[in-house]
Design a protein around this ligand. Structure first.
Ligand SMILES: [Zn+2]
Length: 305
Protein backbone atom coordinates (compact mmCIF):
# COMPACT_ATOMS: atom_id res chain seq x y z
CA UNK A 1 0.00 0.00 0.00
CA UNK A 2 1.21 3.47 -0.82
CA UNK A 3 0.47 5.94 1.96
CA UNK A 4 0.83 9.56 0.88
CA UNK A 5 1.58 11.55 4.01
CA UNK A 6 2.12 14.83 2.22
CA UNK A 7 0.09 15.46 -0.92
CA UNK A 8 1.49 17.50 -3.76
CA UNK A 9 -0.18 20.84 -4.29
CA UNK A 10 0.07 23.15 -7.22
CA UNK A 11 2.89 25.58 -6.34
CA UNK A 12 1.66 28.98 -5.15
CA UNK A 13 4.10 30.72 -7.45
CA UNK A 14 2.63 28.89 -10.44
CA UNK A 15 -0.88 30.02 -9.46
CA UNK A 16 0.27 33.62 -9.16
CA UNK A 17 2.12 33.52 -12.47
CA UNK A 18 -0.99 32.09 -14.16
CA UNK A 19 -3.06 35.00 -12.85
CA UNK A 20 -0.50 37.50 -14.09
CA UNK A 21 -0.18 35.78 -17.45
CA UNK A 22 -3.94 35.89 -18.05
CA UNK A 23 -3.94 39.63 -17.38
CA UNK A 24 -0.99 40.39 -19.61
CA UNK A 25 1.35 40.90 -16.66
CA UNK A 26 4.18 38.61 -17.81
CA UNK A 27 6.74 39.94 -20.25
CA UNK A 28 8.73 36.73 -19.99
CA UNK A 29 6.63 33.63 -19.40
CA UNK A 30 9.44 31.05 -19.45
CA UNK A 31 9.36 30.59 -15.66
CA UNK A 32 5.60 29.98 -15.87
CA UNK A 33 6.00 27.28 -18.52
CA UNK A 34 8.88 25.64 -16.63
CA UNK A 35 6.86 25.44 -13.44
CA UNK A 36 3.74 24.27 -15.26
CA UNK A 37 5.63 21.55 -17.11
CA UNK A 38 7.54 20.48 -14.02
CA UNK A 39 4.36 20.22 -12.00
CA UNK A 40 2.63 18.22 -14.74
CA UNK A 41 5.53 15.75 -14.75
CA UNK A 42 5.42 15.37 -10.98
CA UNK A 43 1.69 14.63 -11.11
CA UNK A 44 2.32 11.89 -13.70
CA UNK A 45 5.05 10.46 -11.47
CA UNK A 46 2.74 10.48 -8.42
CA UNK A 47 0.10 8.61 -10.36
CA UNK A 48 2.63 6.04 -11.49
CA UNK A 49 3.97 5.54 -7.97
CA UNK A 50 0.51 5.26 -6.43
CA UNK A 51 0.10 1.87 -8.14
CA UNK A 52 3.27 0.42 -6.59
CA UNK A 53 3.00 -2.91 -4.77
CA UNK A 54 4.40 -3.23 -1.27
CA UNK A 55 4.49 -0.78 1.62
CA UNK A 56 5.61 2.78 1.12
CA UNK A 57 5.21 6.17 2.74
CA UNK A 58 5.38 9.07 0.30
CA UNK A 59 6.26 12.60 1.32
CA UNK A 60 5.99 14.97 -1.62
CA UNK A 61 7.53 18.31 -2.32
CA UNK A 62 9.71 18.90 0.70
CA UNK A 63 11.72 22.01 1.34
CA UNK A 64 14.20 21.26 4.10
CA UNK A 65 17.09 22.97 5.77
CA UNK A 66 20.23 21.49 7.17
CA UNK A 67 23.39 23.24 8.32
CA UNK A 68 22.24 26.53 6.89
CA UNK A 69 21.44 25.36 3.38
CA UNK A 70 18.08 24.72 1.83
CA UNK A 71 17.29 21.74 -0.32
CA UNK A 72 14.18 20.65 -2.12
CA UNK A 73 12.96 17.11 -2.73
CA UNK A 74 10.36 16.40 -5.42
CA UNK A 75 9.39 13.08 -3.93
CA UNK A 76 10.73 11.27 -0.90
CA UNK A 77 9.64 7.68 -0.38
CA UNK A 78 10.26 5.66 2.74
CA UNK A 79 10.62 1.97 2.05
CA UNK A 80 11.35 -0.88 4.43
CA UNK A 81 15.12 -0.87 4.12
CA UNK A 82 15.91 2.54 2.62
CA UNK A 83 14.80 6.02 1.76
CA UNK A 84 14.27 6.87 -1.88
CA UNK A 85 14.80 10.30 -3.24
CA UNK A 86 13.21 10.96 -6.62
CA UNK A 87 14.06 13.94 -8.72
CA UNK A 88 11.45 14.17 -11.48
CA UNK A 89 12.15 15.97 -14.74
CA UNK A 90 9.62 16.52 -17.49
CA UNK A 91 12.20 17.44 -20.15
CA UNK A 92 11.17 16.89 -23.74
CA UNK A 93 13.28 16.47 -26.86
CA UNK A 94 16.91 15.55 -27.50
CA UNK A 95 19.52 16.22 -24.84
CA UNK A 96 23.20 15.41 -24.81
CA UNK A 97 25.52 14.39 -22.00
CA UNK A 98 29.18 15.08 -22.68
CA UNK A 99 31.90 14.88 -20.04
CA UNK A 100 29.53 15.64 -17.18
CA UNK A 101 27.99 18.55 -19.04
CA UNK A 102 24.36 18.54 -20.05
CA UNK A 103 23.09 20.17 -23.22
CA UNK A 104 19.66 20.87 -24.62
CA UNK A 105 20.44 21.49 -28.26
CA UNK A 106 23.59 23.63 -28.05
CA UNK A 107 22.60 25.27 -24.79
CA UNK A 108 24.26 24.01 -21.63
CA UNK A 109 21.85 23.35 -18.78
CA UNK A 110 22.29 22.79 -15.05
CA UNK A 111 23.45 19.28 -14.27
CA UNK A 112 20.38 17.58 -12.75
CA UNK A 113 22.50 14.74 -11.33
CA UNK A 114 24.72 17.14 -9.45
CA UNK A 115 21.66 18.84 -7.98
CA UNK A 116 20.33 15.47 -6.90
CA UNK A 117 23.64 14.41 -5.33
CA UNK A 118 23.81 17.61 -3.29
CA UNK A 119 20.30 17.00 -2.15
CA UNK A 120 21.14 13.43 -1.16
CA UNK A 121 24.19 14.54 0.84
CA UNK A 122 22.15 17.13 2.73
CA UNK A 123 19.36 14.64 3.36
CA UNK A 124 21.83 12.05 4.67
CA UNK A 125 23.17 14.51 7.23
CA UNK A 126 19.68 15.51 8.23
CA UNK A 127 18.57 11.88 8.69
CA UNK A 128 21.65 11.20 10.81
CA UNK A 129 20.90 14.18 13.00
CA UNK A 130 17.44 12.70 13.51
CA UNK A 131 18.99 9.39 14.52
CA UNK A 132 18.28 7.45 11.31
CA UNK A 133 20.99 5.49 9.50
CA UNK A 134 18.81 4.31 6.63
CA UNK A 135 20.59 4.20 3.28
CA UNK A 136 19.39 6.66 0.64
CA UNK A 137 18.87 5.73 -2.98
CA UNK A 138 18.45 8.59 -5.40
CA UNK A 139 17.00 8.33 -8.87
CA UNK A 140 16.58 10.91 -11.56
CA UNK A 141 13.33 10.15 -13.35
CA UNK A 142 12.73 11.42 -16.86
CA UNK A 143 8.98 11.05 -16.99
CA UNK A 144 8.35 12.35 -20.51
CA UNK A 145 8.22 9.66 -23.23
CA UNK A 146 9.49 12.25 -25.75
CA UNK A 147 12.76 12.70 -23.88
CA UNK A 148 16.02 11.35 -25.21
CA UNK A 149 19.51 11.63 -23.73
CA UNK A 150 22.42 10.92 -26.07
CA UNK A 151 25.59 9.48 -24.59
CA UNK A 152 24.03 8.38 -21.35
CA UNK A 153 26.20 5.79 -19.57
CA UNK A 154 24.00 2.92 -18.30
CA UNK A 155 25.46 3.10 -14.79
CA UNK A 156 24.02 6.51 -13.94
CA UNK A 157 21.04 6.60 -11.54
CA UNK A 158 18.70 7.65 -14.31
CA UNK A 159 15.34 6.10 -15.17
CA UNK A 160 13.73 6.84 -18.51
CA UNK A 161 10.02 6.67 -19.14
CA UNK A 162 10.46 3.46 -21.16
CA UNK A 163 12.08 1.79 -18.11
CA UNK A 164 9.43 2.61 -15.51
CA UNK A 165 7.78 -0.82 -15.51
CA UNK A 166 11.04 -2.64 -14.95
CA UNK A 167 12.04 -0.05 -12.39
CA UNK A 168 8.90 -0.60 -10.35
CA UNK A 169 9.59 -4.36 -10.37
CA UNK A 170 13.05 -3.60 -9.05
CA UNK A 171 11.65 -1.43 -6.25
CA UNK A 172 9.19 -4.12 -5.20
CA UNK A 173 11.94 -6.74 -5.22
CA UNK A 174 14.21 -4.49 -3.17
CA UNK A 175 11.53 -3.84 -0.60
CA UNK A 176 11.38 -7.57 0.08
CA UNK A 177 7.80 -8.06 -1.07
CA UNK A 178 5.95 -8.71 2.14
CA UNK A 179 8.25 -6.81 4.55
CA UNK A 180 6.34 -4.32 6.70
CA UNK A 181 6.98 -0.74 7.63
CA UNK A 182 7.23 -0.03 11.34
CA UNK A 183 6.21 2.83 13.61
CA UNK A 184 9.75 4.12 13.33
CA UNK A 185 9.28 4.59 9.57
CA UNK A 186 6.06 6.53 10.18
CA UNK A 187 7.74 8.70 12.80
CA UNK A 188 10.47 9.63 10.32
CA UNK A 189 7.87 10.61 7.71
CA UNK A 190 6.01 12.76 10.26
CA UNK A 191 9.24 14.36 11.42
CA UNK A 192 10.15 15.31 7.85
CA UNK A 193 6.69 16.82 7.30
CA UNK A 194 7.17 18.88 10.47
CA UNK A 195 10.53 20.12 9.22
CA UNK A 196 9.11 21.18 5.85
CA UNK A 197 9.46 24.90 5.24
CA UNK A 198 6.83 26.91 3.38
CA UNK A 199 8.33 29.18 0.76
CA UNK A 200 6.66 32.49 0.03
CA UNK A 201 5.17 32.29 -3.48
CA UNK A 202 5.81 36.03 -3.91
CA UNK A 203 9.59 35.77 -3.61
CA UNK A 204 10.55 35.25 -7.23
CA UNK A 205 7.67 37.06 -8.91
CA UNK A 206 8.44 39.67 -11.53
CA UNK A 207 7.30 43.19 -10.72
CA UNK A 208 3.70 43.99 -11.61
CA UNK A 209 1.41 46.95 -11.19
CA UNK A 210 -2.35 47.15 -10.85
CA UNK A 211 -2.62 49.87 -13.50
CA UNK A 212 -0.80 47.73 -16.07
CA UNK A 213 -2.88 44.57 -15.70
CA UNK A 214 -5.83 43.82 -17.96
CA UNK A 215 -9.19 44.26 -16.27
CA UNK A 216 -11.98 41.76 -16.76
CA UNK A 217 -12.93 38.23 -15.74
CA UNK A 218 -10.66 35.30 -16.57
CA UNK A 219 -12.31 32.22 -18.07
CA UNK A 220 -11.75 29.08 -15.97
CA UNK A 221 -11.98 26.91 -19.07
CA UNK A 222 -9.22 28.41 -21.20
CA UNK A 223 -7.61 31.17 -19.16
CA UNK A 224 -8.61 33.78 -21.73
CA UNK A 225 -10.43 37.03 -21.04
CA UNK A 226 -12.88 37.13 -23.93
CA UNK A 227 -16.00 36.65 -21.82
CA UNK A 228 -19.49 38.17 -21.81
CA UNK A 229 -22.32 38.47 -19.28
CA UNK A 230 -25.58 36.83 -20.29
CA UNK A 231 -28.54 35.99 -18.05
CA UNK A 232 -26.60 35.73 -14.79
CA UNK A 233 -23.86 33.71 -16.48
CA UNK A 234 -20.32 34.58 -17.55
CA UNK A 235 -19.78 32.91 -20.92
CA UNK A 236 -16.46 32.54 -22.74
CA UNK A 237 -16.48 33.62 -26.38
CA UNK A 238 -13.50 31.36 -27.08
CA UNK A 239 -14.26 28.04 -25.39
CA UNK A 240 -17.94 28.54 -24.44
CA UNK A 241 -17.25 27.78 -20.78
CA UNK A 242 -20.18 28.95 -18.65
CA UNK A 243 -20.04 29.98 -15.03
CA UNK A 244 -22.59 31.51 -12.70
CA UNK A 245 -21.59 35.19 -12.42
CA UNK A 246 -21.39 35.17 -8.61
CA UNK A 247 -18.75 32.44 -8.70
CA UNK A 248 -16.81 34.40 -11.36
CA UNK A 249 -16.88 37.58 -9.29
CA UNK A 250 -15.85 35.84 -6.06
CA UNK A 251 -12.97 34.19 -7.93
CA UNK A 252 -11.93 37.56 -9.36
CA UNK A 253 -12.05 39.14 -5.90
CA UNK A 254 -9.86 36.34 -4.55
CA UNK A 255 -7.41 36.95 -7.42
CA UNK A 256 -7.27 40.63 -6.57
CA UNK A 257 -6.67 39.85 -2.91
CA UNK A 258 -3.84 37.45 -3.75
CA UNK A 259 -2.15 39.73 -6.27
CA UNK A 260 -2.66 42.93 -4.27
CA UNK A 261 -3.05 42.01 -0.60
CA UNK A 262 -2.71 45.67 0.40
CA UNK A 263 -5.52 46.94 -1.79
CA UNK A 264 -8.75 47.78 0.07
CA UNK A 265 -11.71 45.77 -1.22
CA UNK A 266 -14.40 48.20 -2.29
CA UNK A 267 -17.22 47.63 -4.74
CA UNK A 268 -15.76 50.36 -6.96
CA UNK A 269 -12.36 48.69 -7.25
CA UNK A 270 -13.93 45.30 -7.95
CA UNK A 271 -16.24 46.83 -10.54
CA UNK A 272 -13.13 48.20 -12.25
CA UNK A 273 -11.14 44.95 -11.79
CA UNK A 274 -13.98 43.03 -13.53
CA UNK A 275 -14.07 45.72 -16.23
CA UNK A 276 -17.73 46.50 -15.66
CA UNK A 277 -18.90 43.05 -16.81
CA UNK A 278 -21.15 42.82 -13.77
CA UNK A 279 -23.15 45.78 -12.39
CA UNK A 280 -21.95 47.73 -9.38
CA UNK A 281 -25.14 46.73 -7.53
CA UNK A 282 -24.50 43.01 -8.06
CA UNK A 283 -20.94 43.42 -6.85
CA UNK A 284 -22.16 45.23 -3.74
CA UNK A 285 -24.56 42.36 -3.05
CA UNK A 286 -21.84 39.75 -3.50
CA UNK A 287 -19.55 41.65 -1.13
CA UNK A 288 -22.26 42.01 1.53
CA UNK A 289 -23.11 38.32 1.37
CA UNK A 290 -19.61 36.90 1.22
CA UNK A 291 -17.28 39.34 2.95
CA UNK A 292 -17.52 41.46 6.07
CA UNK A 293 -17.46 45.24 6.13
CA UNK A 294 -14.77 47.02 8.07
CA UNK A 295 -14.42 50.73 8.86
CA UNK A 296 -16.89 53.54 8.38
CA UNK A 297 -17.90 56.02 5.72
CA UNK A 298 -15.32 56.73 3.04
CA UNK A 299 -12.68 54.41 4.44
CA UNK A 300 -14.98 51.41 4.69
CA UNK A 301 -13.94 48.29 2.83
CA UNK A 302 -14.56 44.57 2.87
CA UNK A 303 -12.45 41.76 4.25
CA UNK A 304 -12.74 38.00 4.07
CA UNK A 305 -15.14 36.47 6.60
ZN1 LIG B 1 -12.64 30.13 -22.26
Amino acid sequence: MVLVLKERKEPGELKLLRMLKARGGLVDDSRFWNLEKGYEGEVVFDKWFSRMDGEWIVVNDLLLEHAGSLFQIDSLVIGVDRVYLFEVKNFEGDFLLEQYRWYSGSKEIKDPLLQMQRCEAALRQLLRSLGYQLPIESNLIFINPEFNLYNCPPKLPIVFCSQLNRFSNKLVRQSGGSARLSARHSRLAEKLCDLHLEKSPYERLPEYRYEKLLKGIVCVGCGGMGVRYERKMIICNECNFKEEYKASVIRSITELMILFPEKPLTSKIIFEWCNGLVTLRSIQRILINNFSLEGFGRSSHYIKF
